[in-house]
Ligand binder design. Structure first.
Ligand code: CTP
Ligand code: MG
Length: 234
C-alpha cells in the first residue's frame, strides 16, 4: 500500500496508566483524580478522541481499574478504546504488554503517551505522527531553563552539560510500529530498562528524531503540578 498520503497511516496510541502515583500521594492513582471535575485520564483520552489521525487507543492499567475505566468510557462517550491490558511492574512492562495486542500489530505508527499529560493537543499529536512516519522515531523535548549538572553519589558535581544541547523529554513519543516492536523485543531479551520509550529504541540502535516540545504539555507528578494544571485550565 502506498502510504505517501498520510491519511492512510494507521495510528494507535498506547496509554500507560498502571502507575500508583507515589510522588503524588493521593488515596487513588493520580490518573483517576478529577481535574476540575474530569479525571486526568479522561482528559488525556479526549485529546486522542479529537485527533482524526488516531484510530485506536490501548490502555495499560492494573486489573482493579479495568472496570472503572470501562465505566468512564461509557460516561464520557469515548469511542476509540480498542483494548485494556494489564499493566506491569515498570512503565516499560506496561508498554510491552500493550504491544502484544492485535491492534498494535496492524498499526503503521504507534504513539506512547503518559496518562497524566492531559494538555497534549490534537495538532501536536498530528505533528508527532508525521515526524514518526517520516523519521521512524520522533519525540518532543524542551531545552531546560535551568543549568543541569551531573553529580556523583557523594553529592559532588561531576560535570556541567551545555544547556543548549540538553532536552527534557515529553510524550507523546511516536514510532513506526516495526521499530518499536523490535526495540522492545531486544530490550526484553537483554533485560534493558529505560526511563522512556525512546531510550528503548536508542538501546536497539535506531536513530531518534527530537522535535520541539510544548511547555504546557506537563506531566502531573506532584501535588504542585496538579495546582498548576488547575490554573492552566481556568
Ligand atoms: N505507568 C505505568 N506502569 C507502571 C508505572 C507507570 O503504566 N508500572 C504510567 C503511569 O500511570 C503514568 C506514566 O506511566 O501515566 C508516567 O509515570 P509516572 O508519572 O512516574 O506515574 P507513577 O508511576 O504513577 O508515579 P510515581 O512514579 O510517583 O509512583
Ligand atoms: Mg513512576
Amino acid at each position: 500500500m502506498n502510504k505517501a498520503d498520510r491519511q492512510e497511516v494507521r495510528t494507535t496510541v498506547i496509554i500507560p496508566a498502571a502507575g500508583s502515583g507515589t510522588r503524588f500521594g493521593a488515596s487513588r492513582p493520580k490518573q483517576f483524580v478529577p481535574l476540575l471535575g474530569v479525571p486526568i485520564l479522561v482528559r488525556t483520552l479526549q485529546a486522542f478522541e479529537e485527533t482524526d489521525a488516531v484510530q485506536n487507543i490501548v490502555i495499560a492499567a492494573s486489573p482493579d481499574f479495568h472496570a472503572p475505566i470501562a465505566e468512564l468510557t461509557a460516561e464520557y462517550h469515548l469511542t476509540k478504546i480498542a483494548a485494556i491490558v494489564e499493566g506491569g511492574k515498570e512503565r516499560q512492562d506496561s508498554i510491552f504488554n500493550a504491544l502484544q495486542t492485535s491492534i498494535s500489530a496492524v498499526s503503521d505508527v504507534l504513539l506512547v503517551h503518559d496518562a497524566v499529560r492531559p494538555f497534549v493537543t490534537p495538532d501536536f499529536i498530528q505533528t508527532i505522527i508525521n515526524s514518526a512516519w517520516e523519521h521512524g522515531a520522533a519525540i518532543p523535548g524542551l531545552t531546560p531553563k535551568e543549568t543541569i549538572k551531573e553529580c556523583t553519589e557523594a553529592g559532588l558535581v561531576a560535570a556541567t552539560h551545555e544547556r543548549s544541547r540538553l532536552r527534557a523529554i515529553q510524550t507523546p513519543q511516536g514510532f513506526r510500529r516495526e521499530i518499536l516492536v523490535a526495540a522492545y523485543r531486544k530490550a526484553q531479551e537483554h533485560g534493558f530498562l529505560g526511563t522512556d520509550d525512546a531510550s528503548v529504541v536508542e538501546f536497539a540502535g535506531f536513530p531518534v528524531h527530537v522535535i520541539a516540545g510544548e511547555e504546557k504539555n506537563i506531566k502531573i507528578t506532584t501535588p504542585l503540578d496538579f495546582a498548576w494544571a488547575e490554573f492552566l485550565l481556568r
